[in-house]
Ligand binder design. Structure first.
Ligand code: C2O
Ligand code: CU
Ligand code: CU
Length: 488
């Protein structure tokens, strides 16, 4: 199928930066008359329009907090002139949603309006904030209703987060219709503040033959949805300028429903400098980086442009045990990289932060992922059960270190995610034996392939119910989720 549809829609998607431009113009109507008409080159299959920058959420400082407004509503955006517009669901009419950027220690107060035909919530993925502000499925905002989300960002929380809906049973649909935005927490002592920063929000777009956002097929429900297009900041295969020898700091979000992205920049020099919850201790040279759905990374990228190697950002082939759809068996070009003038950049600091390993756990638990294909009502299971909003699966305690073993006895990769805190993976079992994690990192998503296990430690510093689930959003909606009740 894919190749034909790709040809058909390739032209359209080269125009998708319109999404971002129109959004920054402030209204859906502005999208009808983009300020910059596409040039002929932009109509080709090779997208290559300049990488759009995510729009920022306007915030106003008042009474010691930053205040802003967020709404979720339908918005029509034309992907191709002369064809009907495509209806997205978007935060503040923008795909991706407006980026939120704060410093550690700051407080945020957001008025949220739900103008969707479904209940929704706003979940602040990865942030250590109070449970009743975290958009749990237990706290829906009904159609036509509003609520305030208020929280402060604790010390040492600098990192790369995002926000997305989390209503019971409709998370996948709301995200694939366009609802997701990024959230960056900055430190005032940032050892990489001198590097130029680029933000890359990777999302998936699946269109039907009318150019509408396709509903999930049976295969999507089973495997997790993948579209014809992986977008970067709402654009298909845009182009980023990188000087020869120039070092940039990239923050990358995997905001797709289900793709495990094995990212590579074959021509360039790449150092991993941060994970979901901020910087790691020292830069690590990497050849590729596995970014499961929901996860983020920070890279220091130096432009090298080795002849004979592709200059762009690639997603290398990766098989994730899909039941129905084909696996990704070729490299996908996500982003074109264009060589700029030679620039000399300062060296990378050899230490980025100090991080202590979490101490020996007071409590150990096991989380077993399994699949039961014979039971359509309960196919994706955690410890043999599907999600029940009224059940607390585990009871924990504020300040107590726990160790969880995530054991994937299913046939597909399942990326594990926990709310409300960051964890440290301590070891992984690849099916043959345990291997110590080679470096300390704060994460909130860890991918667990079939037959493998991961051990992780964390501490919850705030009380309340916290969700844990597979971050393939279709699996989460199908019930591969549980609740940890953290008691004061
Ligand atoms: Cu990114 Cu429970 O979510
Ligand atoms: Cu989350
Ligand atoms: Cu899963």
């Amino acid at each position: 199928m894919q190749r034909r549809q790709l040809m058909q829609w390739g032209a359209a998607l080269a125009l998708s930066p319109w999404l971002v431009r129109s959004a920054s113009a402030g209204s859906a109507r502005a999208a009808m008359a983009p300020a910059v008409p596409p040039d002929a080159g932009a109509l080709g299959l090779v997208g290559s329009l300049p990488l759009p920058e995510p729009k920022r959420l306007p915030l106003e400082r008042r009474d010691g907090a930053l205040h802003g407004c967020l709404s979720a509503s339908a918005v029509s955006l034309p992907l191709l002139p002369g064809r009907p517009a495509t209806t997205f669901w978007a935060y503040n009419d923008s795909v991706p949603g407006p980026a939120i950027e704060l410093f550690e220690g700051e407080s945020l107060s957001l008025r949220f309006d739900n103008r969707l035909p479904q209940p929704t919530t706003v979940h602040w993925h990865g942030l250590p904030i109070p449970a009743d502000q975290d958009g749990n499925p237990h706290d829906p905002v009904l159609p036509g209703q509003s609520r305030d989300y208020r929280f402060s960002l604790p010390p040492d929380s600098a990192g790369t987060y995002w926000y997305h809906p989390h209503p019971h049973g409709h998370t996948a649909e709301q995200v694939y219709r366009g609802l997701a935005g990024v959230f960056v927490v900055r430190s005032r002592n940032d050892p990489l503040a001198h590097l130029a920063e680029r933000w890359l929000v990777l999302s998936d777009l699946k269109l039907d033959s009318d150019g509408k956002i396709a509903a999930n097929s049976e295969a999507d429900a089973m495997d997790g949805r993948e579209g014809q297009f992986v977008l970067v900041n709402g654009a298909w295969r845009p182009r980023l300028a990188l000087g020869r020898g120039e070092r940039q700091r990239w923050r990358i979000w995997n905001a797709t429903s289900a793709r495990v992205l094995k990212l590579a920049l074959p021509a360039h020099e790449v150092w991993l400098v941060g994970t979901d919850g901020g910087l790691i201790e020292k830069p690590r040279r990497v050849e590729s980086l596995l970014l499961p759905p929901g996860a983020r990374a920070e890279l220091a990228v130096t432009g090298r442009f080795d002849a004979g190697k592709p200059a762009g950002l690639l997603a290398l082939p990766y098989a994730r045990g899909k039941m129905m759809g084909p696996e990704q068996d070729e490299a996908l070009l996500l982003l074109d990289i264009e060589a700029g003038a030679a620039v000399e950049t300062a060296a990378l600091p050899s230490r980025l932060r100090t991080m202590a390993p979490l101490p020996k756990p007071a409590l150990r638990r096991s989380v077993v992922f399994s699949e039961d294909m014979s039971n359509p009502a309960a196919m994706f299971l955690i410890n043999g059960r599907t999600f029940d909003m009224d059940r607390m699966d585990f009871t924990g305690k504020v300040g107590v270190v726990e160790e969880w073993e995530i054991d994937n006895r299913a046939d597909m990769d399942h990326p594990f995610h926990l709310h409300g805190t960051q964890f440290q993976v301590t070891e992984r079992h690849d099916g043959r034996g345990w291997r110590r994690e080679p470096y300390l990192a704060w994460r909130d998503v860890v991918n667990v392939p079939p037959g493998q296990k991961a051990r992780l430690r964390f501490r919850q510093d705030l009380p309340g119910p916290r969700m844990f689930h597979c971050h393939i959003l279709e699996h989460e909606d199908a019930g591969m989720m549980g609740t940890l009740d953290v008691r004061a």
